[in-house]
Write a protein that binds this ligand. Structure first.
Ligand code: M6R
Length: 598
């Protein structure tokens, strides 16, 4: 996930920009760059990979004395992580950095001279548009204002130009941007951390705000009218700043899901189809079955994917736990596509299973969150989940982005055969995911209050049917990892084959009761448990009269949207129970974020 910094003043500008980018490293990135305008000359430096590469490359640029500068860490979305695609992007005499997505960049690009473009990014259009506007408006600010008026989508933008060598132009729409001041110095960043210890006061830009800054002056506009900045002092706790005000990284990551799912879908969900720039149809030629292989949460995503692929694409699909797969002497048939799913891309069992598939000459595909990880390097093709760095040991946004990607993959494989109306419904539902994954404050508060009733007892059953069975497994895993309470996930129809023997008031059943899929079936399973006095917490769009507790989700057009909303509820429930028990939610005992040993 991208990060932005900017500076106007006389301290060592390169040092400030690089240190600022370091503070944003935790967000994840695959390339970085800075641009400095000093003594009328523009200097730029970009590098792929870690900031170390950038530091080594830019040794000769920037010097003491007044200057303006912008910097960026990029997490590739439009175009590969290359130096040309890294920010800042340059025109003839201006540079720009940008977070977000310019949705109408193709239309704008067609208006401009295509020969000027050197990158595959949407961002580059901003700088060329600005330089063209500058021919119509002699005032660079007017040119900037005219430029941003043409942009659709989300953005946080910083632009510097030789036409105004002491100025940074800035704008925000749905992507965070902060401006800070200290005397004559001006600072910019996309989150607090780079500003701590530097800026005395900060203004958090609201959507639609834009303006320009010069030494000692920040001029702010909204809708063409000048407005006053509302400055406030800055927190001094860096870790708190990185957590964005949330109590735990896990909480922040739960709340980020709406945004990062948008990144996962970006450029892939078209009006009438799914498109992956990383894949072409020929890759799937001859494939007649799919094996999805993973560990832990990623396995639960894979299991969900196996239901979706079989249902939508009519291709036999099965999910395998990697540590089992390695030793079960599996039959590896050449027409099977092997899909390795992993957040980290370093999980030893999944990596070894992938190696087995490679040795057997299977086609292999990685679904992964970390580019250049071992699994990505080994697989024939990769689809990146684009969740950004996940710090909490308990996986949240990695899971939902994996499931979203598997849903897209199922549709990609199915789209030629699906009736147009079905495909349209699926695509529309996918596009609704960012909305479905927003956390309503009243929902979080209800879960927080309810959590106090679930701190004891002798265990939890999470039950669901169909795709809600893997989600039940995930809910149980989430709870046990961070609360240390015993929890099991079950297919609801299995209860009467044994587990129901445990039912009593101290056995808590978390029942996933979607309206859109097998509601009557799950209802009767829950009734059986209730008749044996189990304590029931129903998660459903419909209140269930036998439930002791009820967590409502919204009515949805598609069961997958219910799935994602329930995922959110299960994550919040696990977290709130763990917090009440006084556990370290981000670093639970005995667990590591990445399991690189067998
Ligand atoms: O990085 P991976 O997705 O390959 O990791 C797999 C599991 O170790 C991981 O999902 C683990 O189960 C998480 N702690 C779950 O929250």
């Amino acid at each position: 996930m991208c990060g932005i910094v900017g500076y106007i003043g006389s301290r060592n500008i390169k040092e400030f920009l690089i240190e600022g980018l370091k503070e944003l490293e935790y967000r994840g990135y695959d390339s970085a760059g800075i641009a400095i305008l000093q003594d009328g000359a523009l200097h730029i430096c970009k590098a792929v990979g870690k900031l170390e590469n950038l530091i080594n490359k830019c040794a000769s640029i920037g010097h003491e004395g007044f200057g303006v500068g912008i910097g960026h860490t990029r997490w590739a979305t439009h175009g590969k992580p290359t130096e040309l695609n890294a920010h800042p992007h340059l025109g003839e005499f201006s540079y720009v950095v940008h977070n977000g997505i310019i949705e109408n960049f193709k239309t704008l690009k067609e208006e401009l001279d295509p020969d000027r473009f050197v990158s595959q990014t949407d961002t580059e259009v901003i700088v060329h548009l600005f330089e063209r506007e500058l021919r119509n408006h002699s005032d660079p600010f007017k040119a900037f204002e005219a430029t941003i008026a043409r942009l659709r989508g989300s953005f946080a933008i910083l632009l510097i130009t030789k036409a105004a060598p002491d100025t940074i132009f800035f704008a925000r729409e749905s992507s965070p941007l902060i401006v800070g001041t200290k005397g004559e110095e001006i600072f910019f960043a996309s989150s607090d951390a780079p500003l701590i210890g530097h800026a005395q006061q900060v203004h958090y830009l609201a959507d639609g705000e834009y303006g320009f800054a010069r030494p000692g002056e920040v001029v702010l506009f909204h809708d063409g009218r000048r407005i006053e900045a509302s400055y406030q002092p800055l927190t001094i706790d860096k870790e708190l700043a990185q957590k964005g005000g949330y109590r735990f990284f896990m909480e922040k990551e739960i709340y980020e899901q709406s945004e990062v799912i948008g990144e996962t879908l970006m450029g892939r969900v078209k009006e009438d189809r799914i498109e992956f720039e990383e894949l072409d149809r020929t890759f799937f030629e001859g494939i007649d079955s799919i094996t999805l292989c993973a560990c832990g949460t990623s396995f639960h995503a894979g299991l969900t994917g196996s239901y979706l692929i079989e249902r939508l694409a009519k291709i036999p699909a099965r999910a395998e736990i990697a540590s089992e797969f390695r030793y079960k002497e599996p039959l590896l048939r050449p027409n099977t596509l092997f899909v390795a799913i992993s957040q980290s891309g370093e999980t030893a069992d999944t990596l070894e299973a992938l190696k087995m598939a490679k040795r057997a000459n299977l086609k292999t595909l990685a679904i992964c969150n970390v580019d250049n990880s071992s699994i990505v390097r080994l697989a024939d093709r990769t689809l990146l989940t684009r969740a950004g760095i996940e710090k909490g040991v308990a996986s949240t946004k990695a899971f939902t982005t994996q499931v979203a990607l598997l849903w897209m993959l199922a549709l990609y494989l199915a789209q030629r055969e699906l009736p147009p109306s079905t495909l349209e419904r699926e695509l529309q539902s996918l596009l609704h995911l960012p909305t479905a994954l927003r956390v309503p404050p009243q929902l979080h508060e209800r879960i927080r209050r309810l959590s106090k009733r679930y701190l004891h007892g002798h265990g939890f059953f999470f039950i669901g049917r169909d795709i809600f069975y893997p989600l039940a497994l995930e809910g149980a895993l989430k709870l046990k990892e961070i609360s240390y309470l015993h929890a099991e996930g079950y297919p609801a129809g299995e209860m009467k084959h044994g587990p129901i023997a445990l039912a009593d008031p101290e056995l808590f059943t978390i029942a996933l009761m979607p309206k859109g899929l097998l509601y009557d079936k799950i209802k009767s399973n829950v009734e059986e448990l209730s008749a044996r006095d189990a304590t029931i917490c129903a998660i459903s769009p419909t209140p269930f009269e036998l439930a002791d507790d009820y967590i409502p989700i919204e009515e949805q057009e598609h069961p997958m949207l219910e799935y994602f909303q329930m995922a959110l509820v299960l994550q919040l429930l696990a977290m709130e129970i763990a917090i009440r028990l006084g556990n370290d939610v981000d670093m639970p005992r005995n667990l590591a974020k990445s399991v690189t040993v067998e």
